[in-house]
Design a protein around this ligand. Structure first.
Ligand code: GLV
Length: 323
């Protein structure tokens, strides 16, 4: 019987059909550690991995029977794609259910940093009264009429553009290729070079994939180009931003603030960020809703069954793209 190994603990609703049809191994609450998976993998035909679980050469070399890696994420920077292709291993991801919740979080961070929601919440709790935030101080900025620069105009970038337009923002974007005119017109967005985007934007949102080309896409040079009133939002992957350079830019007033759902060094934001009032930090919660979690599991499940039985579409990951 086909054997499927799931590396993470997840609501089982989404996995019902998979469990009915195949021999599926789930971990306990903590998920399987890398070394445990390394030990088990030779027996398995399919690996269902989480976005932060490394599917590398070492693991794939031991995976004698492995035919499919079904990632629980839209991003797949945790997987050595060229090596998987070389080994004839298919990789699948979960783009659709991730799009709206991640765009919603990006918008939430834009509004939060701009209107200082979390900061005011902290002040009110600390002081215990409304005067903690005076009417003439701690002013936020509005978003209507402001320019949002979106870096990476895939599904999430486009979903964010729609939301931003609904808030009255102007949207410019940079992408590895320009959208067709019809899509640009429908979204009401304008393509622009990266340097110009950084110079013009009041808000910059990163919605690009993490590849070797996008590592530190936003670093010292980018911060020097941005407006001193600009707010940076990152809901994509941490290493797209040089976090040390970001901290310096925030301290020196090169930019106004930041909203971050991801961090350069994985689970740990650099300690200085934790003390900054003009920064909103969330622990990678772009898809953290019950419905999305279950829906992503369903898509993983459909990818596995579609791959094995050829009875439904599979969201296959295509080889590395250039930025
Ligand atoms: C989440 O980070 C994802 O890639 O889906």
């Amino acid at each position: 019987m086909t054997k499927v190994l799931v590396t993470y603990d997840m609501f089982r609703e989404g996995f019902d059909e998979l469990v009915e049809k195949y021999d599926v191994t789930f971990p306990g609450e903590k998920g399987f550690y890398y070394d445990e998976v390394l030990e088990m993998i030779p027996d398995y035909d399919v690996l269902c991995s989480m976005f932060d679980f490394p599917v590398n050469k070492e693991l794939m070399d031991r995976a004698k029977n492995l035919k499919l890696v079904a990632n629980y994420a839209v991003g797949f920077d945790n997987i050595d794609i060229p090596y998987a292709i070389k080994k004839g291993i298919t990789v699948a991801n979960t783009p659709n259910p991730v799009t709206a919740p991640t765009a919603n979080l990006a918008l939430a961070l834009i509004l939060d940093v701009a209107r200082r929601v979390t900061e005011c919440d902290r002040r009110l709790r600390k002081e215990g009264h409304m005067m903690a935030v005076g009417v003439l101080e701690n002013l936020g900025v509005g978003v209507s009429g402001q320019i949002l620069g979106i870096i990476g105009m895939g599904r999430i970038g486009r979903a964010l553009a729609k939301r931003a337009k609904a808030c009255g923002m102007e949207v410019i974007y940079h992408n590895r290729r320009q959208l067709d005119l019809e899509t640009e017109t429908r979204l009401g967005v304008e393509y622009i070079g990266l340097d110009d985007l950084l110079q013009k934007s009041d808000f910059v949102s990163i919605n690009a994939p993490y590849t070797p080309e996008t590592f530190h896409l936003i670093g010292e040079k980018a911060f020097s180009q941005m407006k001193s009133s600009a707010i940076l939002i990152n809901t994509a992957r941490g290493p797209l931003v040089d976090e040390k350079a970001l901290i310096k830019a925030l301290k020196d007033g090169e930019i106004r603030g930041a909203g971050l759902d991801v961090f350069e060094f994985g689970d740990y934001p650099m300690p200085e960020l934790l003390g900054m009032e003009n920064v909103v930090l969330t622990p990678h919660i772009g898809t953290q809703t019950l419905q999305t979690r279950i829906e992503m599991a369903r898509v993983v499940c459909n990818n596995v069954i579609g791959f094995l039985e050829n009875d439904r579409p599979v969201s296959r990951v295509t080889p590395v793209y250039k930025w």
